[in-house]
Write a protein that binds this ligand. Structure first.
Ligand code: HEC
Length: 132
């Protein structure tokens, strides 16, 4: 009886430690990924792959060396609203996370579009109706 209970207590303590350190106390609706690189690796890389090379069969486009990222409005719109086979992330990611992941792909993977992407840009696009 004592064994499993002790293990459970230890696990609970382990799990609680980081949560107590930085949890705001509410239920997390959005996922907690602090920066664009982590958002990319945890979410985008599932389809666009680790070097943003896209899928070998071409169904997922490469983000690496992609001139369509020059205008930040385009990747923001795709991430917020989805496009074709790409799901939208406006419910999963905060505007700040969308800004940071778009900023990340625009400055990595052989892209160099260093103008910063802000949360304001993301909110502005989110507020627009779907205009093609
Ligand atoms: C479930 C798979 C999937 C995930 C996850 C995904 N994408 Fe995509 N993405 C796609 C597909 C498929 C397309 C092509 C959409 C189309 O135009 O038909 C695409 C297109 C794009 C484009 C447009 C590229 C171009 O050349 O037109 C951008 C930018 C993009 N994704 C960024 C992201 C970012 C940033 C993330 C992470 C937040 C992400 N994607 C996550 C599947 C995915």
């Amino acid at each position: 009886m004592r064994g499993p209970l002790l293990r459970l207590a230890a696990l609970t303590a382990l799990a609680a430690a980081p949560a107590m350190a930085d949890s705001p106390g509410g239920r997390p609706v959005k996922i907690a990924l602090p920066d664009g690189e982590q958002v990319y690796n945890q979410i985008c890389a599932a389809c666009h792959l680790d070097k943003a090379q896209g899928s070998p069969d071409g169904t997922v486009p490469a983000l690496a060396h992609n001139a369509k990222l020059a205008d930040a409005n385009y990747p923001i719109t795709v991430v917020m609203k989805g496009q074709g086979g790409m799901p939208w992330f406006s419910e999963m990611l905060t505007p700040a996370q969308v800004a940071s992941v778009v900023g990340y792909v625009r400055t990595h993977f052989d892209n160099s579009y260093p103008e910063p992407v802000s949360e304001i840009d993301v909110k502005r696009i989110a507020a627009q109706g779907s205009e093609e």
